[in-house]
Design a protein around this ligand. Structure first.
Ligand code: NI
Length: 182
């Protein structure tokens, strides 16, 4: 078990298209996921993609607390710790929602990003079994943010209005919004 170092914006590993995982049951991937879970829990973030820990593989982990959800199309239920290997996403409708995002690889900042409101996603689990879910609201946002990391995309590259890019500390001071870095 190990707590892994987080790559920050500007590190080339974050710009690569990550490689598909050939065998989710391999020691390498089992160990990587174990360390990613420990790292995620240590930093207290929502999600982590393997390129963020300098491993260019298509692996994402996340946990969505119900307290971060709520509102229309977004039931306030926990989404338990989920491991996605070689994930794929398909939007279920054209509509998008704006919401504040932050990222461990872009420390201290947050900005508004438009994401698909309703998606379907599928991936392999650690037993190499395919599973599929539908997601909406914040759950859908997290999956889109994390899977973007696998294609070398950081959330500022998705922003259409850079005037909303701000330091988390200042947002907390002036907007009262809870902003967590994930
Ligand atoms: Ni991120």
């Amino acid at each position: 078990m190990a707590i892994l170092k987080i790559a920050r914006m500007g590190h080339p590993v974050l710009k690569l298209r990550a490689e598909p995982v050939a065998d989710p049951k391999s020691q390498e991937i089992q160990g990587l996921v174990r360390d990613m879970v420990e790292t995620l829990q240590d930093v207290g973030a929502i999600g982590l993609a393997a390129p963020q820990v300098h491993v260019s593989k298509r692996v994402v982990i996340f946990f969505v607390p119900g307290s971060r959800r709520g509102g229309e199309d977004d039931p306030a239920e926990d989404i338990p710790l989920t491991i996605l290997i070689n994930p794929e996403i398909e939007p279920l409708a054209e509509d998008k929602t704006a919401g504040v995002e932050a990222c461990l690889s872009v420390p201290g900042l947050a900005g508004q990003v438009q994401r698909f409101t309703h998606i379907r996603y599928w991936a392999l689990d650690l037993h190499s079994r395919m599973f599929e879910r539908e997601a909406s609201g914040y759950h859908a946002r997290v999956v889109q943010h994390e899977c973007d990391h696998l294609d070398g995309i950081l959330y500022p590259m998705r922003m259409t209005d850079l005037s909303s890019l701000a330091f988390v500390e200042e947002l907390r001071r002036f907007s009262g919004n809870e902003v967590e870095e994930d």
